[in-house]
Design a protein around this ligand. Structure first.
Ligand code: AHR
Length: 495
């Protein structure tokens, strides 16, 4: 049976833009994300530019990837960029101590990353090394990337085959400074941030958007200290990292593919914590910055499960089910609805690591259920947020309950209205009614669902969980009614 919900959309309220950078991604030198992911050798028989896989590039272009974060993660704070430029044969090797102690040959470095971003037509977001680097090293990296003139670093870039500056904007000052990025206190890091940020220069046409390494989930003291101690003109954004762990325990996170309803419920409960985190960090930021100049940058998020059996535990390779799609859609609805403060976010991580969009095996590639969420939701990029009100039915499990329904909506530059709806209840449909202002003539939609929450796409069956046409919405005299199936994600378009 279906539960009845009345939805109210305020289509006249067009104050807030949903930054497209909320739809960003993350690619670390970790496991098979870069090496044997984006960047492959001759044995992988697919179209390539240099060693970059163009099948992956094409797939990501279809979802309009707006920004890609690199080179880490924890790896960023042991990465020395000079090792990754110049002739490849001469580049020194290093040990990737964070991720399995594997040898990093530095064949994918700064120029290769920026070539990838240019193929993707997306903005780069580089995280500089604070933990084991120096101010001078970071200062020179920015000069190498962004100075359009005669200087030692600009000349080196030219000699490496790139005469024009790259004009990189998004710039991270370290990563997880409270942990793998140097184990600092918030007070100490805010001074370190001020020092590093002072030497990351704005060159002509390349004003840096500097992002401070942000809080670990509910560490509100971290955000408060940064907002209090760092002049806001120096800091474009403050980061926040939060991962959804199905069981809630880092020691035994739960399987990506074998879980029961109880574990599904706890996954979604943990995923919904993002609403509380974003609200509370934003409220702290409001105290110091009521004009909302500083962005909240959720530059790592996603579901983190146990690795696939038989794979290297340090490579963080996990499968991706309908549950992952529900996590992604719910989180993106939260970000859309907080677009006044959340203006950058990066799902971890694009290829073969954690909540990946793309999985590869040799020359094969598959698109995960999460990929299709970004396909449905790309319509919200740079659109105007439309506030939505409703009372959600409960989804209950034992004595616990969570809201079954989450929604976000926006109006794009052509005037089209898009509504994204997620029903987390695995068994009950939801019937929604809404009266709309304005003259809407047509409704269409797409849906992601599947028979089971554990359904996945495999190399043998690549199209089990995909986006399909949705026919459950009816428009008559500006009354919109929607039959939202259990465990589904729907995006509607009204014109
Ligand atoms: O995304 C994997 C790791 O998670 C990143 O390297 C680190 O920043 C975080 O702890």
């Amino acid at each position: 049976w279906a539960q009845q919900v009345q939805l109210t959309l305020n289509t006249a309220d067009n104050k807030i833009t949903i930054s497209r950078f909320i739809y960003g991604h993350f690619s670390e030198h970790l496991g098979r994300c870069i090496y044997d992911g984006f960047w492959v050798g001759d044995s992988v028989k697919v179209p390539k530019k240099d060693r970059i896989r163009l099948d992956i590039v094409d797939a990501l272009k279809r979802i309009q990837i707006p920004v890609l974060r690199w080179p880490g993660g924890c790896f960023a704070d042991e990465y020395h960029w000079r090792d990754g430029v110049g002739p490849r044969a001469k580049r020194p090797k290093m040990v990737n101590t964070n991720w399995g102690g594997v040898t990093e040959d530095n064949s994918f470095g700064t120029n290769e990353f920026l070539e990838l971003c240019s193929l993707l037509n997306c903005e780069p977001y580089i995280s500089g090394n604070v933990g084991s680097g120096t101010v001078e090293e970071m200062d020179k990296w920015v000069e190498y990337l962004n100075f359009d003139g005669e200087s030692p670093m600009a000349n080196e870039r030219k000699a490496n085959g790139h005469p024009k500056p790259y004009n990189v904007h998004f710039w991270g000052i370290g990563n997880e400074a409270w942990g793998c990025g140097g184990n600092m206190t918030a007070e100490y890091y805010s001074d370190v941030f001020r020092r590093y940020a002072s030497y990351c220069k704005n060159y002509p046409n390349a004003r840096l958007s500097k992002v401070a390494s942000g809080a670990n989930s509910g560490d509100y003291h971290w955000t408060e200290t940064l907002m209090k101690n760092v002049p806001h003109g120096m800091m474009w954004g403050v980061g926040l990292h939060y991962y959804t762990i199905p069981t809630g325990s880092w020691r035994n996170k739960g399987s990506a593919t074998k879980f029961d309803e109880k574990e599904y419920f706890s996954t979604m409960k943990n995923c919904l914590r993002m609403e509380e985190l974003v609200s509370k960090h934003s409220a702290i930021m409001d105290k110091y910055d009521s004009a909302k100049r500083v962005a909240l940058a959720v530059d790592e998020w996603g579901i983190w499960t146990d690795v696939e059996p038989g794979t290297n535990p340090a490579f963080l390779y996990q499968q991706n089910s309908l549950r992952d799609a529900l996590v992604a859609a719910t989180t993106l609805n939260i970000f859309n609805n907080h677009a006044d403060r959340v203006r950058l976010a990066n799902l971890a991580q694009t290829v073969n690591v954690l909540q990946a969009l793309v999985l590869t095996k040799g020359s094969q590639m598959l698109l995960t259920p999460t990929y299709y969420v970004f396909d449905l939701y790309k319509v919200h990029q740079d659109a105007k947020l439309v506030p939505v009100k409703f009372e959600s039915p409960d989804y209950t499990n034992g004595d616990a309950k969570i809201p079954a329904l989450n929604v976000s909506a926006s109006k794009d530059s052509t005037g089209a209205l898009h509504i994204s709806l997620v029903n987390l209840d695995p068994a009950k449909n939801i019937s929604l009614q809404t009266s709309l202002d304005g003259a809407w003539k047509n409704v269409s939609g797409r849906i992601i669902t599947s028979e089971k929450l554990t359904d996945i796409n495999t190399f043998e069956q690549q199209k089990k969980v995909i986006a399909a046409a949705f026919n459950g919405a009816k428009l008559s005299a500006n009354k919109l009614s929607i039959e939202l199936p259990a465990k589904s994600i729907v995006t509607l378009e009204l014109r």
